[in-house]
Ligand binder design. Structure first.
Ligand code: EPU
Length: 302
């Protein structure tokens, strides 16, 4: 959707928004898949409510893009603009055992920043790609760590009230790859409370997680991490592997031959290719195991 040549563009600029016309979302996603649209960089959190009111009054549909590491975006010209919170450096500070982190900050960067201040508990998250905001929304987790366990407060833009609000950690439900945030809540900042741990010990635990990840996941290929959630008590990756689907392709979308729950873009895969591969694999698992796999990756259709 193109709005850069419309009168609304000047009003957005007054609110501190930087408008980038015709951005290819292939460049913004770890799968290197996605169509084209205008991108709005929200440089000033405090103007977000006004920006959102303006978009609503002009009937401009939008989607919020975080790190782009867990999303599969439609091909072609997209019918909505993309909003993005640019990264502010360093975007994090420590006070005692509390870490205050911007949602736009890199998740791995946050883990190492806290480690350098002798704050641990998040070692398992080290290799999870993406932004802190995306990790909060999905309750990202790996190797026994889930970000939700450490959350004390989240500052967010709540679309239902049109205001920036602070929500206490106890009032948020963090489940497996799911939270009680509304789909249109926009994460802005988080306060985490972390256990004290010497930097050296944290580093040793981080090395172990990195090694496990390197040996089992296709880290140097274009992917969105795991495509499906694990069903209760089961493993999506193991089932897909047992069905001998590693290497199975639709166009340039392929089931990784390293980890069967990672689907990789081995060239010029489109969203349509990836969606067909997801459907085919889901169908094979349903037929063989009677289990309906649920997407872990977030799909933005147009
Ligand atoms: N397995 C196979 N073949 C495969 C892949 C896995 O047999 O191709 C087997 C493994 O041998 C193991 C079991 O399946 O016995 C589970 O595999 P793994 O330890 O790799 O973990 P996972 O359940 O597949 C989950 C998360 C990952 C996270 C790892 C490590 C989900 C959907 N996935 O994977 O998160 O990195 O544990 O904690 O919960 C993600 O969220 O995108 C993601 C990659």
């Amino acid at each position: 959707m193109r709005i850069s040549d419309k009168p609304v563009a000047a009003r957005l600029k007054e609110l501190g928004v930087e408008l980038r016309p015709g951005v290819s979302l292939k460049e913004k996603t770890s799968l290197a898949i996605g169509g084209t649209t205008d991108e709005l960089l929200l440089r000033r959190y405090e103007t977000i409510p006004q920006v959102m009111r303006l978009l609503a009054s002009e009937q401009i549909p939008y989607r919020f893009l975080g790190g782009g590491t867990n999303v599969l975006i439609a091909d072609g010209e997209l019918p909505w603009v993309v909003l993005h919170l640019p990264v502010a450096h360093p975007g994090m500070r420590i006070e005692g055992n509390a870490a205050y982190v911007d949602a736009s900050a890199d998740l791995g960067g946050m883990v190492t920043f806290c480690a350098k201040h002798d704050l641990g508990g998040m070692e398992g998250l080290i290799g999870v790609p993406g932004s802190v905001g995306g990790a909060l929304r999905m309750n990202a987790g790996a190797y026994g760590t889930q970000i939700g366990s450490h959350v004390r407060e989240v500052e967010l833009y709540r679309a239902s009230s049109g205001e920036i609000e602070t929500v206490r950690g106890n009032d948020i439900r963090f489940d497996y790859r799911h939270t009680s945030f509304a789909p249109d809540d926009v994460m802005l900042r988080v306060k985490l409370e972390l256990p004290s741990k010497p930097y050296k010990e944290i580093l040793a635990a981080i090395r172990v997680c990195n090694e496990k990840r390197r040996s089992s996941q296709p880290l140097n290929q274009k992917s969105a991490g795991c495509i499906f959630k694990n069903p209760a008590g089961g493993s999506a990756g193991r089932m897909i592997d047992e069905l001998k689907l590693k290497g199975h392709r639709v166009g340039d979308a392929m089931v990784s031959d390293r980890h069967a729950n990672f689907f990789v873009n081995v060239g010029e895969a489109t969203c349509a290719d990836m969606l067909r591969l997801i459907d085919e694999v889901r169908e094979r698992v349903r037929t063989a195991y009677g289990i309906e796999l649920e997407n872990e990756v977030i799909v933005w259709k147009n």
